[in-house]
Design a protein around this ligand. Structure first.
Ligand code: ADP
Ligand code: GLC
Length: 483
């Protein structure tokens, strides 16, 4: 089965969040299961300059404002997955992030940048750009790739079926209605049954309206996005496609996240030898200048600092954390006010709180290995990967009962402890009191080391593998192939 994955980011080359981890790992899992998978990515410098053996397979005339666009076929570094790169220097070759400039402002030409990605994808799927390879399934990720579904629907020669995965409904790719003409689509696409969204133009809707199937990254989130509370204004559209929407839980890339083989750790470890984890904790405390104490519970956070992630609740719970004698290490960046508030807390309590602002993949591994608890108190969370990494590293997740967090963490209630099912701490309402009561549960269990270790081992034995997720995607793809 030939499958083309279209996305804007991929670990380890370009990453703003979990989407990159998924796009890095899922194609490899599908290939291991026997599928013929290729990627299509924008020629951002970190991608275009890193791929192996690129060769030009198609040259386009001027398009979407770019004078020169070519399609190159190459291999990904490390994984060697075949990858098509859209080389369009005018649109993609610039410093800064994939969606924003370094100052956080959205690129003003994102409409052209991501319309081009979708347009090339659709023409590849129609068999026009690479005579040697035509996908049967085009799998588009998030709004950045969603226009592929609209262009496929507009293309008479397309035989491939489209799958659209929503990784986060809050980011929608909204543009001015007036820009519709630049997309080169028939007028009826700019309708409330199409891309039109309250007078604007929505790339997310291109995926939700025109994909044959819609998936999201956990079963609970698949249900949530059909509700007013979590639908980000698109719940009606989702309800209209209910029969075509499903949730497939993300996996963990065991080649990247495995405490037994993680070469960046002070001491790799596994469930049979938790001594290594204690050494990772001591090393983290030393690295962060925290008091060096094995008997102090160490809470960790690795996160974008945005309202989605609920870190204002952690801020509100800091007095309680400090009074309990616990420690916190936070790694993150985003909202300037949250950054300042956490930094101020660290300055005031350097033996108990350490804060690193910025993005640092290697430190994220050391933090997740060294902490006792990883906190993910999100307001909404489509899947969430950090709690999965926490489980694997025996770092018990403390999460809100929402989205993929609800699907992956089992609360350490007395009953779940008795049944040896508990893997973490789960709270309900999005307020500091509820978070604090989950922290009290964590502190209490931490005081019962034998039980804590049992929960750690249960957590580490949970298997959120890409092989399983890949199997679900393959069945979905098969259901779309002509009989
Ligand atoms: P989201 O994609 O919504 O940010 P996920 O939990 O799915 O949330 O994925 C976040 C990914 O980004 C994880 O791999 C996490 O380790 C990583 N991450 C987030 N913030 C940072 C940071 N400041 N430094 C390093 N890695 C980070
Ligand atoms: C999004 C979501 C996150 C999910 C990730 C990968 O960034 O916010 O919950 O884990 O995509 O699917």
């Amino acid at each position: 089965m030939k499958v083309l994955h279209v996305a804007a980011e991929i670990f380890p080359l370009v990453k703003t969040g979990g989407l990159a981890d998924v796009v890095g790992a899922l194609p490899q899992a599908l290939i291991s299961a026997g599928a013929d998978v290729r990627l299509l990515l924008p020629g951002l410098p970190a991608i275009a300059d890193a791929v192996l053996h690129p060769r030009t397979i198609y040259e386009f005339g001027p398009i979407f404002g770019a004078a020169r666009v070519s399609l190159r076929l190459a291999r990904m570094p490390y994984s060697h997955v075949p990858v098509y790169v859209v080389d369009a220097p005018y649109l993609y070759r610039r410093p800064g992030g994939p969606y924003q400039a370094a100052d956080g402002a959205e690129w003003s030409d994102n409409l052209q940048r991501f319309a081009l990605l979708g347009w090339v994808a659709a023409h590849l799927a129609a068999g026009e750009l690479d005579l040697g390879w035509t996908p049967q399934i085009l799998h588009a990720h998030d709004w950045h790739a969603a226009m592929a579904c609209a262009y496929m629907a507009a293309h008479p020669a397309t035989t491939a079926a489209s799958v659209f995965t929503v990784h986060n409904l809050a980011f929608q790719g909204l543009f001015s209605h007036a820009d519709f003409g630049q997309l080169g689509l028939p007028a009826h696409f700019m309708h409330s049954h199409g891309l039109e969204y309250h007078g604007q133009l929505s790339f997310m809707k291109a995926g939700l309206k025109y994909a044959r199937r819609i998936t999201t990254v956990s079963p609970t989130y698949a249900g949530e996005i059909a509700t007013h509370e979590f639908g980000c204004g698109l719940d009606g559209v989702i309800r209209g496609r209910q029969a075509d929407v499903s949730g497939i839980l993300n996996g963990v890339d065991a080649a990247v996240w495995n405490p037994a083989t993680d070469s960046g750790l002070a001491s790799p470890y596994d469930a049979a030898d938790l001594g290594g984890k204690a050494r990772c904790k001591a090393a983290l405390q030393a690295e962060c200048g925290l008091a060096s104490r094995a008997d102090t519970p160490l809470f960790g956070v690795v996160s974008r600092l945005s309202s989605q992630k609920g870190l204002d609740l952690v801020l509100a719970a800091l007095p309680m954390l400090l009074a309990s004698g616990g420690q916190l290490v936070l790694q993150g960046s985003g909202d300037a006010e949250l950054e300042r508030a956490f930094q101020a807390a660290a300055r005031a309590h350097p033996a108990q709180i350490a804060v690193r602002i910025g993005y640092d993949e290697a430190f994220a591994h050391r933090l997740i290995a060294g902490a006792d608890v990883i906190m993910v108190p999100s307001r909404f969370e489509p899947c969430g990967l950090t709690q999965l990494y926490g489980l694997r590293y025996g770092t018990l997740p403390l999460v809100r009962r929402v989205g993929g967090l609800a699907d992956t963490v089992v609360d350490a209630s007395e009953q779940n402890l008795r049944e040896a099912r508990a893997t973490g701490f789960v709270f309900g309402p999005a307020n500091a009191a509820a978070l604090e009561s989950a922290m009290v549960s964590a502190l209490t269990l931490f005081g019962r080391p034998d039980e804590w270790r049992t929960v750690m081992r249960t957590a580490m034995a949970r298997d959120f593998s890409w092989a399983e997720a890949g199997g679900h995607y393959l069945s979905l793809y098969r259901s779309l192939l002509p009989a």
